[in-house]
Design a protein around this ligand. Structure first.
Ligand code: MG
Length: 188
């Protein structure tokens, strides 16, 4: 069986951090309002410390929506491929304890993707270490390293990545799970 690296944030689910920002600011920002990848950019600098304290008390995955068709397509793919959910839970841009994020990710995956065994969860920052045959991620830098087929999952923050950059990484942009289904489940 070929192996597939599947990213979690912005590939299986979206909107968690934005939901927390909206709760903190009492606003109703949408994904398209974001200036870049990081939702924290919406927080005025003088409130950032306070925001981090609030963030520590929240479960990001209470606020997410599932990306359309992710469950259905991944279920089909898991019959033909060995799926690994490969996701980072720690970022040194936040000066706070992030251990709950690991637990929250684990529980959300268990609840929403019960057909994927926790043996196949990989919590990792440097995904170039992974030798999966197929890689799916919304960040081009996470597609580095080995991979026969690399797919950049279309997202609000990666629109500016040029075809030239994709080509250099040997990656193809895909619009979503339906397109991945067509590509990865077509008869060979
Ligand atoms: Mg991601």
């Amino acid at each position: 069986m070929k192996t597939i690296m599947v990213d979690m944030d912005e590939v299986l689910c979206i909107g968690g951090h934005l939901g927390i920002v909206n709760k903190f600011l009492n606003t109703n920002y949408k994904i398209d309002d974001l200036p870049g990848y990081y939702t924290e950019d919406l927080i005025p600098k003088e409130h950032l410390q306070e925001y981090y304290h609030f963030f520590e008390t929240q479960n990001v995955y209470d606020y997410v929506s599932i990306i359309p068709d992710a469950i259905e397509v991944l279920k089909k793919l898991s019959k033909k491929y060995q799926i690994f959910i490969c996701t980072a839970y720690y970022s040194d841009m936040y000066e706070m304890d992030q251990s709950r994020c690991l637990v929250d990710k684990y529980k959300w995956l268990q609840k929403n993707f019960p057909f994927i065994n926790p043996y196949q969860y990989v919590f990792i920052n440097d995904k170039s270490l992974l030798n999966c045959d197929i890689k799916i991620d919304d960040r081009l830098s996470n597609l580095k390293g080995y991979g026969e087929q690399k797919y950049l999952f279309d997202s609000y923050h990666n629109q500016q990545i040029s075809n030239e950059e994709l080509k250099q990484e040997g990656a193809i942009r895909v619009s979503g799970w339906k397109e991945l289904e067509t590509i990865l489940l077509k008869e060979e």
